[in-house]
Design a protein around this ligand. Sequence first.
Ligand code: UD1
Length: 339
Amino acid sequence: MRKVLVTGGLGYIGSHTAVELQEAGFEVLIIDDLSNAELNVLDGIVAITGTRPHFEKIDLRVKNDVEDFFRRNKVDGIIHFAASKAVGESVENPLLYYENNLHTLNYLLQQCVKHNIDNFIFSSSCTVYGQPDELPITEDAPVQPAMSPYGNTKQISEEILVDVCHASNLQAISLRYFNPIGAHDSTEIGELPKGTPQNLVPFITQTAVGLRDELSVFGDDYPTPDGSCIRDYIHVVDLAEAHVIALQRLFDKKNEQDYEVFNLGTGRGSSVLEVVNAFEKVNSVKLNYKIVDRRPGDVISVYADTSKAAEVLGWKTKKTMEEALESAWRWEKKVRNKQ
Ligand code: UD1
């Protein structure tokens, strides 16, 4: 049984990926520092899969602890999620982001080279494209100057991977996510941000459940059909499945280059107001919202060209945005005991 280390494996996308890995027959080891996740996510993973992954609470910025982990554990591949992801926080505290997102990658890759761990999947973002000239966005679209330190860490991480793949036996795949939403159908795991949610869907569900007074829709004067920003919302379970497929591609040595990138999206753009309306409709709830000023740094419209992932990975999304919004709502109600 192949052993896969999932860093940040108790986080939102990490936990869904840990489930898919276990269901595909991999042995999962999780490292998480619990800075933005709860230990009881492990129970959710067990409830779905029947198997408790090996877990260690490690802060990947502590190099000695990282080295110690790899001295004690043999792994065949790594899926690296652990990182900070709040755009605004990264503008206020860039050094934290450069340390959290870059030192940690460096330490992990040092261990990959040292212990001959050649298979590495990296959690990247469509943020590397900025506001592209052409939509949908293909992987060939130029990487634009980053709009935040967070975005910059994703770009630099990808560059680090290119260099390390060139200089060693490492083979890596960067998966550039569009906007992951939704929860596992079992509602045993889902998105649970600490503090005020920065992202749209958790803010919607927390407003609907009564934790927040109202949702602010950031701008209705963009050059889009209804004036609100457009994003490509992808169900987190579809996204998680793509990680298993990408990792298997490396294990099978089917990759064409040492370093590859894939967009993970649905190919469909939805505006903020369309998401709000779909949420209300699919869940029969009324959402309190108001239009406010634009949020600084937001791009107008981004959605993926998904043909490379379809042709090369043989992967495309199976679930709809409505299914994601329905599961997100069931999850929120369950977490707040409002079922
Ligand atoms: C943001 C980052 C992206 C990062 C991701 C991770 C930017 C430009 N992009 O994605 O790089 O990978 O977070 O978390 O910051 N919205 C509202 N009201 C809200 C929240 C959001 O109207 O309360 C709108 C936003 O203006 C945007 C859309 O909803 O148009 C999606 O926002 P969000 O969920 O924060 O994701 P991104 O900004 O696309």
